[in-house]
Design a protein around this ligand. Sequence first.
Ligand SMILES: Nc1nc2c(ncn2[C@@H]2O[C@H](COP(=O)(O)OP(=O)(O)OP(=O)(O)O)[C@@H](O)[C@H]2O)c(=O)[nH]1
Length: 386
Amino acid sequence: MEYVILAIAIVVLAVATGVFFLVRGARRAVPPPRAPEAPKAPEAPRGGTAVIEEEEVVAPPTRAPTPEAPPAPPALEIPPPSAGRLIRLRARLSRSQNALGKTLLTLLSRDTLDDDAWDEIEDTLVQADVGVAPSRQIVDDLRTKVKVYGTRSPGEVRGLLKDELLAQIGKDWDRSLRTEPHGAQPAIILVVGVNGTGKTTTCGKLARVLIGDGRTVLLGAADTFRAAAADQLETWGSRVGAEVVRREEGTDPASVAFEAVKKGIEDTVDTVIVDTAGRLHTKTGLMDELGKVKRVVEKQAQVDEVILVLDATTGQNGLRQARVFAEVVNVTGIALTKLDGTAKGGIVIAVQRELGVPVKLVGLGEGPDDLAPFDPEGFVDAILGD
Ligand SMILES: Nc1nc2c(ncn2[C@@H]2O[C@H](COP(=O)(O)OP(=O)(O)OP(=O)(O)O)[C@@H](O)[C@H]2O)c(=O)[nH]1
């Protein structure tokens, strides 16, 4: 019996061992699960119109190109404010005008002031473009004062002459430029004058004066007869951040002026300066042109200033031009350019008398900040020297 139990136990153990190895072997034989196959791209149907569906193409990861730094915009210039400009430019004024003052002071200091001496004084004034009538008046006034005062120390002579010149130039004119916006409407300045007088340059310099005083400015290149004028204006504007409205050469100047004012209103700039084309071909032509510019601008905004640019070196010829412009448009102020290049500063007196409007600005050089508000006292001091 014992042998039977032992035999059964051995058989059970053998069977169990066999089952264990069988199961293990079977597990090893199972292949690993396969990765799912990528779906096949649908085949284009043969014949008919092939519809090409966009496949999503996954680009291999590439390193993002480093963006090239855009060229740095030119740094905007910050022009100096208008205050004190004539003082800064006084040396230039003295250089050009001092000979006139010296001649007059020397003549007036003579021991005896006879008729010949007074004639010489008058001639000196006429030659300095003061004009015949104002020169005579200055001489008459001085003669009377010299008689009244009797003695003539150098200081007294200087004082007399200074008072007389100031009286002729006029201390009481309103020489301020109306450049303040009217609420949301910009102030509008039309700049007129014959080409070559420094008109475009004056527009650019004036923009700098205003920007120097903290204003925003838009320039209108309505001188469409010379493409270079618009280029010139653009150069001026880009230096100080003033936008320029320009159109192709030959465009109707009035339409450019209109566009400029429209843009100025949209952008709520403080002041719009319009450079006009002032061809003195015929008076009627000029009248039509400038009249139209002004009318068209006035459909949108009020014109605050019409500045006539006059070249101080052109003397009587310049005065004739001024007269024609004044007949065509309502000039409100004069910009007298190139005063640094002439000893004939007397044109200030002559042109104001001729047009009945004040000199508001003077150009004293080709530099960008060589335009100054006109100040009679500073001007006379420059003529007479210290
Ligand atoms: N010395 C001096 N030169 C000046 C002055 N103002 C302007 N100029 C020069 O005069 C020349 C003519 O100036 P522009 O501004 O081109 O004259 P413009 O009247 O606009 O002429 P267009 O553009 O043809 O209409 C330029 O060389 C200026 O630099 C000034 O006050 N003094």
